[in-house]
Ligand binder design. Structure first.
Ligand code: NG1
Length: 405
């Protein structure tokens, strides 16, 4: 059974909680990443698309408290209440801290609703951050460009959670309906890639939450640090500058053999190699640099090939690349037993390819299915892990409108 999501109405939540109408309403979509995971923080490309499921933010000017917010996620609020913050609050507080200097006298009330599952892998945290920034931008008349919003959201999320890349914020801000978005980071750039319509993307939940703001943070940050240390080592061999922090995008010319021969180092050694930052990790934790660079550099090549396959409408090649990506992410350490179960079920039911999407450690997998096979693939994924599943369509990026001036 394919999931149906509830109608969302942040404006009603705003009225109910704050007792007045919202002035700005924003829709910020989630995303699935078609291919290119754990490459963005290495300066290497990604190929995501925005989906229909979204976070909705209704906002108005505040009256005394600098920041007030309420979310339908758990019915909890921040600003006027005392007591411990709900989990989502740290993202909003971090966003507010980023924009505070731009308008120190202003305050804001935010009501958050949505049908984007906050279960990891569909970018609910970035949709929340970008959505709140569009609301603040509209309400305060800050006139921020989309890429400035991306930069502020990224800075806020890095302070609130993990040392992530900019894939999620960028696609949420820039996506166009009917297109995937090829994003480059070093040097920055993007292009819209038309989505052929003879197949469907099916997304299925593994049943395992993947809280990057919480327990999965150290695992994610250890990948980031390993990639930096690997980039530094390879750059020394190649005689090139890896940048600061070191990026694997600077050493794509490294040979397979030099990647294979990279050592395993401790967090403390990796921090020394990369300018001293240990990203809050246990100093004795071990990082396998060959596994890190092996995945990231091969995944970046798959992004190039996948964009070509998508442009050509070559579903078989796209599926093959997805399958390779999933195997590589398994070695990297971001898949789980349930994610493997999901992708195996999808392929057995006739999907051309299937892979984890996003950071992993739980969360969601996606499958590429021909139109006739779609329902069978979705049902198989649902049976494998209990669902939900949905057919992901390529939608536009964040939109905002003023309700009244
Ligand atoms: P998700 O799957 O939304 O947690 C995270 C990072 C991305 C990217 C992917 C892995 C954030 C906000 N998101 O995404 O930048 O690194 O993992 O490809 O940090």
């Amino acid at each position: 059974m394919i999931a149906s999501f509830p109608v969302i109405d942040a404006t009603a939540l705003h009225r109910a909680h704050f007792g007045s109408s919202a002035d700005v309403i924003v829709r910020a979509p989630g995303r699935i990443n078609l291919i290119g995971d754990h490459t963005d923080y290495c300066g290497l490309p990604v190929l995501p698309m925005a989906v229909r499921q979204a976070v909705q933010v209704a906002a108005s000017n505040g009256d005394g408290y600098a920041l007030q917010a309420v979310s339908s996620l758990d019915g909890r609020s921040i600003g006027s209440d005392t007591g411990p913050d709900p989990g989502w609050a740290k993202y909003i507080r971090a966003v507010f801290a980023e924009v505070r200097a731009l308008a120190p006298e202003r305050s804001i009330r935010l009501a958050i609703d949505g049908d984007l599952p906050a279960t990891g892998g569909l970018s609910s945290s970035s949709a929340l951050a970008v959505g709140c920034l569009y609301a603040i931008n509209g309400l305060w008349g800050l006139d921020l460009a989309a890429m400035e919003i991306v930069g502020l959201a990224l800075a806020a999320e890095r302070k609130a959670a993990i040392a992530g890349g900019a894939m999620d914020q960028t696609v949420i801000a820039l996506a166009q309906p009917g297109h995937a978005l090829r994003i480059d980071f070093d040097p920055p750039g993007h292009r819209h890639v038309p989505m052929p319509d003879h197949f469907n993307w099916v997304a299925g939940y593994s049943g395992d939450k993947a809280p990057k703001g919480d327990t999965a943070a150290a695992a994610y940050n250890s990948f980031v640090l390993a990639s930096r240390a690997a980039a530094q080592k390879l750059s020394e061999q190649l005689g090139v500058d890896a940048g600061s922090p070191p990026l694997l995008s600077r050493v794509v010319a490294a040979s397979t053999e030099s990647v294979h021969n990279l050592p395993t180092v401790s967090v403390a050694e990796a921090a020394d190699l990369t300018g001293g930052q240990d990203l809050g990790l246990d100093p004795s934790r071990r990082l396998d640099l060959a596994v890190s660079a092996g995945h990231v550099l091969s995944e970046a090549r798959r992004v190039e090939d996948a964009e070509t396959a998508l442009q050509a409408g070559d579903i078989a090649e796209m599926g093959r690349l997805m399958n390779e990506s999933h195997v590589s992410l398994g070695r990297y350490g971001s898949t789980t037993t349930n994610l493997d179960r999901l992708v195996t079920a999808a392929r057995t039911a006739g999907a051309h390819g299937a892979r984890v999407t996003g950071a992993g450690f739980g969360g969601w997998a996606i499958a590429l299915a021909s139109r006739p096979a779609t329902q069978v693939v979705a049902a198989a994924m649902e049976a494998a892990c209990g669902g939900p599943t949905f057919i992901a369509t390529a939608e536009g990026g964040a939109e905002w409108s003023l309700r009244k001036v």
